[in-house]
Design a protein around this ligand. Sequence first.
Ligand code: ZN
Length: 354
Amino acid sequence: MNPRRKKKKLKVKKLILFIINIIIVVIIILFLIKFLLKNDSKGNNPNNDKTVERLKESDNYNSKYKNVYKEIEYTNIDNFEEYVNSLLDKGYSTEIINKILKKYDSTKIEYIIDNEKMELENYIDLRNFELENYSRYVEYKNKNNIDYQDAVTRVNLNLDYEQYTHTKEIENPSDIDILLNKYNYLPKDYVPDNIVDIKSTTMGAKMIKVAADAFEELVAAAKSEGGFSLLATTAYRSYSFQNTLYTNYVNKDGVVNADTYSARPGFSEHQTGYAVDVRDPNVSGTRLSDSDYDWIKKNCYKFGFILRYPKGSTPITGYIEESWHLRYLGVEFATKVTESGLTYDEYYDLYIAH
Ligand SMILES: [Zn+2]
């Protein structure tokens, strides 16, 4: 063999060795990554080790859970060891137990332990889920064939109860974001401050000043951009006026029918001073033309208003569609509600009450 060939052979050998080395290193790294990931998903982090430690030290150690303990993250609460065992005894998975321990205080954890096992996996991540309402959610969901989120929101709104039962008086009636519906009412003597006359009206109407000003902007834009006239027919209504109205409707149509389109006294948004009913004076037979309504639906939030009883919302609001009833919330807030695509009732429960 000549020296040149020998040299070349040596070079190839070196290269092969180098490649083998690289392969070995890569394999080792991959193994390490896999090992670390596996340990992590098994929960072998310091918090989980602490769970095992704490249970071993306590009187509550149960050897049948010895492999399960390490999947539970330690939380610094009284009776931690007892809670872990009780929740495991109830049949909750470690994933759910971790969520329970993270989310709830001891009163709620004990509530879970003291009650029948719940399907928490379907509910615990929903922001407005209330443990105390659990059986109502299950019943309402089965009856109405809706998803978990809708069941929770609607039950929180008391929609599983008869209208005008389980009612509650609103505590801060002058707050702009109050939810007024068939389960929440204003005090009889509540009159909002700073009510002023609305300029664009058929026969006189009043609103809280900030809403009345915003309404004039809406009217101006309806004219210039939408090409139609908009007037307020009625806005603020006192308790006693609403009482007269509602009583007249009941005498004419009966309670059941009247309830679909008129609020009982105390339950009307018109008493807040933030609601207004509108019409286009150039349209006859109805309050608004379809194109008027489309424009309002698309644009009213820019002036701080929302449609309170839009199409399809009857199962939630309990009222027939009212294309003419607007509620003032201020631009920022009205924008959020509009973007959510929810009725105000649902938005309120999801993002204000919770
Ligand atoms: Zn109205």
